[in-house]
Ligand binder design. Structure first.
Ligand SMILES: *Cc1c(COP(=O)(O)O)cnc(C)c1O
Length: 382
């Protein structure tokens, strides 16, 4: 039997009735980690929990991943690593993807975090601190295999090969790179980056290697290396665009109806009259808007659902509300309708807003009531 993330029960008043309820299923999160670990074969599967675990709440997500067997975590900023640390047992390994800004090295080292060294300057600063402290400080070295974003350029790697003493004071625990086009499996950049990564890594100290993000795990065995770094697939987003999504949904978002009204034909609907009623219409106003991360680009495009029935978003998205066409759905003030869930999938919501699931999740605001649940399915380990 499949787990179902049930809609939250309606309640109001006592909690101040927030405009929406964001439900995060930590059981589904753990199952997604397990699914990716199966796909990764012998490679370890880290958890990328930057940006507050893609908006889902790192304080709940990180311990759930650890309980599922995840031992390595990636954040983007040193400040995020500091917030993550108390959520995890001491032995968990925390990497800082965006590397080090000048002056951050002592705090990073004292906190036991592992910076991803992305440039010659970062490498030299980390090595200098290690030499000053009289011990090799663990770090990842990122090489730029073609994305032109972060990491040592091929020329800088060649420089290191010629002068390995620059690595004194550094314990290279991971050599990594990042794929630019992994969600397009047929893109020639994937094979080119794989070859470039292997060539560049060969010039660096022997260490674990890591190339694949979520999508990279679906490109084939040669992309797995020792450690995969999925983010979005853990959170239920489709790893590969245009392919069926093999992951289990983790997030459910329900918005509260605040008003239902009937309007005559010709009535303007919402700001700018971006929609006009073509016939007498029944409308419901929901208490979620762009300040809650319901992107303005979903105006006149996305939809909410109520008991499987589609309620098209009508007119523009306001800061604190959206208007949907209610038809004869039995809606009234306080009722919850689905914005993300079994009918309104995360990937469909992203498509309606002309964006990607990553942006939908990381935009989710802080006004929702957040509920963390742990569903189980047959076969789950106790
Ligand atoms: C964000 C990020 C990831 C995770 O990517 P997903 O596509 O969410 O799996 C992995 N590696 C690096 C370097 C990243 O910046």
């Amino acid at each position: 039997m499949n787990a179902t993330l049930l809609p939250p029960a309606v309640h109001g008043g006592s909690t101040g009735s927030p405009g929406g309820v964001l439900t995060v299923d930590l059981g589904a999160l753990a199952r997604n980690h397990r699914r990716l670990a199966e796909r990764a074969g012998g490679a370890a599967v880290a958890g990328v929990v930057k940006a507050d675990a893609y908006g889902l709440g790192v304080a709940a997500v990180a311990p759930a991943l650890h309980a599922a067997g995840c031992r390595t975590f990636f954040v983007a900023h040193l400040a995020e690593a500091l917030r993550l640390r108390p959520a995890l047992p001491g032995e968990a390994e925390i990497f800082v993807l965006n590397g080090l800004l000048p002056g951050d090295e002592p705090l990073c080292a004292a906190s036991g975090f592992r910076p991803v060294l992305n440039s010659g300057e970062q490498l030299d600063a980390w090595g200098a601190l290690g030499r000053a402290l009289g011990r090799a400080l663990p770090a990842a070295i990122q090489v730029d295999s073609g994305m032109s974003r972060l990491g040592l350029a091929p020329g800088e790697v060649a420089g290191l090969v010629g002068d390995p003493s620059r690595l004194d004071g550094i314990e290279t625990v991971l050599v990594m790179s990042h794929l630019a086009c992994a969600d397009e499996p047929d893109h020639p950049a994937n094979a080119a980056q794989l070859a470039a990564f292997e060539a560049l890594a060969a010039g660096l100290p022997a260490a674990r290697r890591s190339l694949a993000n979520s999508a990279g795990l679906f490109l084939g065995d040669r992309f797995r290396f020792d450690l995969a770094r999925p983010g979005i697939a853990l959170y239920g987003g489709a790893p590969t665009s245009g392919r069926p999504n093999p992951m289990e949904p983790v997030v459910r978002l329900d918005a509260r109806v605040i008003q239902v009204r009937e309007v005559p034909a010709g009535a303007g609907i919402g700001y700018g009259f971006a929609a006009v009623a073509e016939r007498p219409m029944r409308l419901a106003t929901l208490s979620v808007g762009y300040a809650d991360g319901w992107l303005r680009a979903s105006g006149n495009r996305g939809a909410a659902f109520f008991r499987g029935r589609r309620l098209p978003i009508t007119g523009r998205v306001s800061m604190d509300s959206i208007i949907v066409e209610a038809g004869d759905a039995p809606l009234g003030a306080g009722v919850l309708v689905e914005l993300i869930g079994p009918d309104a999938t995360l990937d469909a919501a992203a498509a309606a807003a002309g964006t990607i699931s990553y942006e939908i999740l990381t935009a989710l605001g802080h006004r929702y009531e957040r509920r963390y649940v742990t569903t189980t399915i047959e076969g789950d380990r106790p």
